[in-house]
Ligand binder design. Sequence first.
Ligand code: GDP
Ligand code: MG
Length: 656
Amino acid sequence: MSCIGTAGHVDHGKSTLVTALTGIDPDRLSEEKARGMTIDLGFAWVTLPSGQEVSIVDVPGHESFIRNMLAGVGGIDVALLVIAADEGVMPQTEEHLAILDLLRVESGVIAVTKCDLVDDEWLALVCEDILERLSRTTLANSPLIACSALTGKGLPELLSALDDAVAAAPARRNLGRPRLPIDRVFTMSGFGTVVTGTLQEGQLRAGQEVEVQPRGLRARVRGLQAHRHAVDEAQPGGRLAVNLTGIARSGLRRGDVLALPGMFQPTTALDVRLDVLASAPRALLHNAEVEVYLGSAEVPARIALLAQDELEPGATGWAQLRLAHPLVAARGDRFIIRIPSPSLTIGGGVVVDPFPRRHRRRDPSVLSWLETLADGTSGDIVLAMLRGQSAMRRAPESQPARLGGYGGRELAELAWVVSMPAPRVEEALRALVARDQVVTAGSFFFASDQWQRLSHDALMLVREYHRQYPLRAGMPREEWRSRLQVAPREASEVLVRLEAEGALSEVHNGRGAFVAEPAHAPRLAAEQQQGVDKMLARFRNEPFSPPTRPEIEEALGSEVTAWLIEQGTLIRLNEAVLLDRDAYREALRRVVGYLRAHESLTVADARDLLGTTRKYMLALFEYTDERRYTLRRGDDRILGPQAAEVDALIQEEKSD
Ligand code: GDP
Ligand code: MG
């Protein structure tokens, strides 16, 4: 399905021509009927001679309603520029033509209408003038059709010229990410909320869950209508009315974008290539305030010129648009900028990066990077995006202060970012991998230099951790991941590759997952070993009333103490009390042995059994109760259901 949009000066006969061609009066508002003038967008459709059905968007020509025109012109494939033969080219003819040119609408037909009002000589002069104005625009080679909505002259020729223009227009791309820039919101009794727009870049189906950005609201598609007919699935290109449930009309307005959940994130800055119209009254200055029109949205913005202090009329330059409100945009989107006074269209351009960082001005690396993104081959663009001066992510994550930002992306995300079909991106990646410019880690792709940086950082983190905590198995995996600022799934793939390269290894023990250097083995330094030997000697001297944790930590430090526990050399009964392994097993043997011979054991008897104090005994029972080697009955202990495990422990001791 294709969409034709009218353009041209007010009163030149656009709406009358649409009515004559389609039988549908696009002026639907009562105010429009009363004033005989189009104020807002109007919609019609027609079956062309080839049998192809097309949508028509009729725009207002009056300069006061240019913003409505801009909301409708964004989605069109073919322009129908209407020029009244009696008046010829007028200011909004020129402004609309400039807009079509900036939006790169390549296909069009020029209707020189009201030709019933002029003689042939005049008509010839007007046509000559029009051809002159069209030259140097995208519509330079469009056919001129002299016609009259009043007499019907030229209308068949106009329809067949439109047919040719539709056939010549570039095919609507389908990137699998449907989006509908909303140009109208209304309620219909019995149906509820309805939004309309021209569907782009993907299909939409009835029943689908959708999201409205930049508001982040969820809704469901209850039904779809194209040209008043219900459809189950809509293809990109056509006008579409979408009946939504789960969302109120008051929550929506023109400029919002309907898309599939999670597909589009709003942005507040755009890196762009900007063309200033030759007809602009003055140069565009750095930091100028303008209105940006993109899709059906209109947003005030400040323009940071990245390479100059000003852009002369007719000049082109790189800029970052800092938007006053978030909007939805993707690489390749075209936009228009206007200044408020005098109210004029002064330029427009193309989005090169919809999620840019702030740039230093006149930074050659930034400028050449933008150049590549705008004009490079698929491979250049894919590689540039992976090199990632862009912080862009489909699902933005917090950006790192120091580490992170390695730009790893999966195919679908990359295709999204570069606005190219996935197979083309895949092909480009294959070539880049073959040339060692891109590295894969599982399903993630990295620019080689970014991968070098990532593996270096990943290794340094672990090495530093080993240096700081030589007694630990390694850096907790989650800490490693979050320090690197890499998302969980990506981190897993990265680690798998680094393991395969022999750079790092993942260690699992009872306490969790750790990342270590393959050669790392926790080992005590000589002087630590001396301290430990001394301490363990004290444990052997008084096996059942040994030094407490604060005393051990005082002597050995908390790292070594923790290590002795981790190694199983010391058993931690509670916060304060530890036993060495042999004493612990001996204590268990005696307690369980006693309970097998007797009904129960009091704390006092137990204390005597081990020759220790109440404090140690209570700590031991705390531990054995928890493991159900013993059970508490009143203040006494009886044999617990897990007591058999103790035999296994003691067995282990014998074989030690
Ligand atoms: P728009 O502002 O471009 O949509 O212009 P309209 O379609 O509203 O037409 C403006 C005026 O021109 C109306 O009074 C129409 O009746 C008149 N008009 C439109 N087309 C023709 C035509 O082909 N011949 C003549 N004589 N008048 C026309
Ligand atoms: Mg009109």
